[in-house]
Write a protein that binds this ligand. Sequence first.
Ligand code: PA5
Length: 329
Amino acid sequence: WLDKGDPGGMHRTYDRWPEIAEESYSEEYGQAESGGVSDVVFAGMGGSGAIGDVLYSMLSKTGIHVSVVKGYVLPRTAGPGTLVVSTSISGNTRETLTVIEAAREAGCQTACFCSGGEMLEYCTRHKMPHWVVPMHHSPRTSFPSFLYAMLSVLGGVIPVDEKDVRDSISDMRELRSRISPEREDNPALELARWIKGMPVIYYPWGLQAAAVRFKNSLQENAKCHVIAEDVIEACHNGIVSWEGGGNAQPILIEGADDYYKTKERWAILRGFFESRGIGYREVRSVKGGVLSKIINLVYLLDYASIYLAVLRGVEPSPVPAIDYIKRHL
Ligand code: PA5
């Protein structure tokens, strides 16, 4: 049924994610060199930006100052001590190309990742360090080839926990056997079947990368409106929306660990929804390193987005609205 609902074959690439991740975490890419990095900026949009979010989470508890740029503007503080890591899977994204130009002009250290396109041309012309990584199916579905290639290339410049990398790949393998379309007790399919209205995703700060990626995948693959909110901040604004009725459905992305008192917040929130008869779903991260937790959720939730697309009768692969905007930029 998935072949029929997804004639573009996106799910077949998802099925190979653990192998793609393993192949991509490869010494063959070589390593980035650095002349001492005080801060890191990750630049990229959409599927490429989602990779920056993961790397941000991995670095956020180290002493390195890190920021993510999803747009045109490089922070004004960026200079020779800044490493600007830019990703455009197609190589043709205007916003990311603008950041690369600004980084070169500001004398920043740079590492660019693309499958070709204008980014490759620009980096070759200006002799900027760059890595060409294969695109698998579409930018967002190329998540593991780019993420794991980048982890391997950047491993000498930023701290990368080798065990966490290996664990995240084996966890994906284990998860694949539980979320494949043949399984009746499939948690990704079960979540997709439950979604009938507009999903409102609540997440703890440490799992923002996974929650935002889920929002993006629901939008791009299942073509639906979605909201994603930090659970702590939402308790000061978004939560009031539930008093207004409507067809929204809360999904709680919970951590296996406590992230800054979110455990008590989940308990309060569950009580709030139950007191008002609002049905909700909980998705819990596995235990383990930062990367393993995020990847496990991304794999499960991306599968849910494809299942939802097929259940809604929309094709997950094409993104005509994004193509329209890019044509007009
Ligand atoms: O998955 C997609 O098609 C989009 O989210 C793209 O990633 C986004 O438009 C940016 O393109 P690129 O990753 O090629 O820079």
